[in-house]
Design a protein around this ligand. Structure first.
Ligand SMILES: Nc1ncnc2c1ncn2[C@@H]1O[C@H](COP(=O)(O)OP(=O)(O)OP(=O)(O)O)[C@@H](O)[C@H]1O
Ligand SMILES: O=C(O)[C@H](O)[C@@H](O)[C@H](O)[C@H](O)CO
Length: 181
């Protein structure tokens, strides 16, 4: 009998959630810890989408569809592992991403809008991020949390970024042996 272990599956994951929930902070730190490439899906938004959000107008399904496909292709282009953020607010949006990478797990920092609003307000005061706090209500109204049949984990965004990375890694390691990602 061979003592060789099967090759380790690479980690690919999407950090999802409403604006200001910590996707970038957690995704970047997670990718750094795992030594993987990282991309923030905001960089894939066409300028028209960014302009819309800057004006406080929520994106529609039609605005998001081509953007989701770019993110799906980005994941396909990183078969050796990668972490990407993507709001992926609706189940149907996550279905689009799964058309590209069927077993991709979603890590979802989630919590009360009041705390996210506080963090976004602080961010707006200190950076020139395009996303206005006024859009947070529509982000929550659009959000459909992970369903039981979806690969992924809902994380408590009150925890520190480091703790959220610990939680994410524990979850991803737990999936090992159960998936091809
Ligand atoms: N777990 C955390 N604890 C404390 N502060 C946090 C945490 N996560 C994020 N923050 C802070 O909250 C703000 C929003 O976080 P971040 O930009 O990572 O969210 P995001 O989901 O990527 O937002 P967006 O989608 O709007 O770009 C930032 O100022 C960040 O430093
Ligand atoms: O689907 C959406 O409405 C968008 O992706 C937003 O979520 C923002 O781009 C992001 O959160 C930046 O603040």
């Amino acid at each position: 009998m061979s003592s060789q272990q099967p090759p380790q599956a690479p980690y690919r994951a999407v950090v999802m959630g409403v604006a200001g929930s910590g996707k970038t902070s957690v995704g970047e730190a997670l990718a750094a810890r795992l030594g993987l490439p990282f991309e923030d899906a905001d960089t894939f938004h066409p300028p028209a989408n960014v302009a819309k959000m800057r004006e406080g107008i929520p994106l529609t399904d039609a605005d998001r569809e081509p953007w989701l496909e770019i993110i799906g292709r980005w994941l396909v282009d990183h078969p050796d592992g990668a972490i990407v953020t993507c709001s992926a607010l609706k189940r149907a949006y996550r279905d689009t991403l799964r058309r590209f990478v069927p077993e991709v797990p979603f890590l979802h920092p989630y919590g009360k809008a009041s705390l996210v609003l506080e963090r976004m307000s602080l961010r707006s005061a200190t950076t020139d991020h395009f996303m206005p706090v006024t859009l947070l209500e529509s982000q929550y109204a659009t959000l459909e949390g992970l369903q039981d049949d979806e690969a992924g984990i809902t994380l408590d965004l009150r925890r520190s970024v480091d703790e959220l990375v610990d939680d994410s890694i524990a979850y991803l390691q737990g999936r090992r042996g159960h998936s091809h990602l």
